[in-house]
Design a protein around this ligand. Structure first.
Ligand code: ZN
Length: 508
């Protein structure tokens, strides 16, 4: 690398650092909005957030970035730039080039018009969902689909625009690759779910015995520390919808929510968010605060959170270790509950209408339904006006239940009203990546057990660190998967895990 190149890189890094700081400032406003903001503060807060977004956009689309990228040899066709630059810098250039192109290729008036339409669409969706009135939301949905299609055209996608949208959330992935894994997933999970439905449901009545939420909070704080969460570098708060957010390279916040009659809600959302937080907290120091200092994609992030929540957190060895702890907090409520009963209740599977309440078996089926519909909406095979009917029909075929209202059907998720088409598959891909990684963990760590790694899961953290966290966002998901497991994306690891586990629990 020449001294001129290193000077230009330094300049680019300085701008990038500023953009990351602007993002983190906006995140802080956002975190506060979701946790402690008094009701009357909402209006000012939304103005503050809009202002920050404007400043960020202006900084991130400044021609100076384009000029520096070009001078370092990074173009749309050769995003990694000059071959003589160190690998880590070339990975950095690739990410900045891709993001920069996406931001500058959209004309300003288009971005403004889309933001306005999005606000109206989200308000219309809230009302339509409440009143079970799909027709009133339809014109907004049509508009959001048109904006998404137009955006993909600006970005230069010539085939199905849906592939361009998938690339936002899952770089390097397209609908053909996703189809190849979703088809066997749909077939085998539908059969398993049907088999489970014919068996008696586990007794879950003890979960609603009235668990003091302040005692739950104590247990959750204790649990997250035992999983390895360093409270000097993050904290746990309460919000309506649990989330993880990075406010600085040594400050990662998570949230959960407590219900006295739903013991599992807080526990599993805390474990889930811990999985996200561990990923963000463990990115190597030299990458933190840069555009490659975060997770590889939405899907890879979900692979971490779902792995902690489901594969570890809903396993018998895990509760053999932690059941005595929760029993200490709730001795009366759990007096007659055995660890086996607790484990079975944590893994109850049944066909349900609502995605966010779905269990480990049916969750992917909810995603596959949405993926199939999105694909057809963008190829023109499905008219948005026909969505409610097609939704009901496919729910019945894939999951075995049919919603009585559109509020419990096509109107249940916020994603489409916000123009987030192509986001859903990430959730299911996270399950698949997670189990492919887990097969490797088991072969690299002999006798690995979710209950045995008592030293704050040090062994597991070390593995995740060496294999996943270390890359930050340097690799796209398919490259990361190949590097870690030597394989391409596949559904076998997940399906084998889920079939073995649930055939055991339900004695099938
Ligand atoms: Zn998540």
């Amino acid at each position: 690398m020449t001294s001129v190149q290193s000077e230009k890189l330094e300049k680019l890094h300085a701008i990038d650092r500023e953009c990351i700081h602007l993002e983190q400032i906006a995140s802080l406003l956002h975190w506060d909005q979701e946790t402690y903001l008094p009701e009357m503060g909402a209006e000012d807060r939304s103005d503050q957030l809009a202002l920050m977004e404007g400043i960020y956009h202006e900084r991130f689309t400044s021609p100076e970035i384009g000029k520096l990228l070009a001078e370092l040899g990074s173009t749309s066709d050769n995003p990694r730039g000059d071959e003589k630059l160190p690998d880590i810098e070339r990975d950095f250039l690739r990410v900045v080039r891709k993001e920069y192109d996406k931001a500058v290729k959209l004309p300003n008036e288009f971005v403004i018009a889309m933001a306005k339409a999005e606000g109206l669409s989200q308000a219309a969706w809230v009302k339509a969902r409440k009143e079970n009135d799909f027709p009133s939301f339809l014109p907004h949905l049509v508009k959001m689909i048109d904006f998404a299609k137009q955006g993909a055209v600006y970005w230069g996608y010539t085939g199905n625009p849906y592939d361009g949208l998938l690339d936002i959330y899952e770089p390097g992935m397209d609908s053909a690759a996703i189809d190849a894994v979703f088809i066997p997933l749909r077939e085998r999970l539908s059969v398993l779910l049907k088999d489970i439905s014919s068996k008696p449901a586990p007794d879950v009545s003890f979960l609603s015995r009235g668990y003091d939420t302040s005692v739950q909070a104590k247990f959750n704080e204790e649990l997250m520390k035992k999983l390895g969460f360093d409270t000097r570098r993050g904290r746990l708060d309460v919000s309506a919808h649990p989330f993880t957010i990075e406010l600085g390279s040594e400050d990662v916040r998570i949230t959960t929510r407590y219900f006295s009659d739903l013991l599992f809600s807080a526990i599993f959302s805390t474990i889930h968010e811990c999985g996200h937080a561990f990923y963000e907290m463990s990115i190597p120091k030299e990458l933190r605060g840069t555009s490659i200092g975060c997770g590889a994609s939405m899907g890879v992030h979900e692979s971490q959170s779902r792995f902690w929540e489901n594969v570890l957190g809903r396993s018998l060895p895990f509760w053999e270790t932690f059941f005595p702890l929760i029993k200490k907090h709730f001795p009366k409520e759990l007096a007659d509950v055995s660890v086996e009963k607790f484990y079975q209740a944590a893994n109850e599977a049944k066909p349900s209408l609502i995605r966010v309440e779905a269990d480990e078996v049916s969750y992917c089926l909810h995603i596959i339904l949405r993926f199939e519909l999105e694909k057809k909406l963008f190829s023109g095979e499905l008219d948005p006006a026909d969505l409610p009917g097609v939704w009901r029909q496919r729910m019945k075929e894939i999951i075995g239940v049919e919603p009585e209202t559109d509020s419990d059907g096509v109107l249940q998720d916020t994603h489409w009203s916000g123009g987030m088409f192509g986001y859903f598959p990430s959730y299911a891909l996270g399950n698949l990546y997670g189990l492919q990684f887990y097969e490797k963990i088991k072969s690299d760590i002999p006798n690995f057990s979710a209950g045995a790694d008592k030293d704050n899961f040090a062994q597991l953290h070390a593995w995740l660190n060496d294999n996943i966290y270390v890359w930050g966002r340097r690799l796209e998901p398919p490259e990361l998967l190949k590097k870690v497991t030597g394989q391409k994306l596949g559904s076998d690891a997940f399906l084998n895990y889920i079939e073995t586990k649930y055939r055991g629990i339900y004695r099938l």
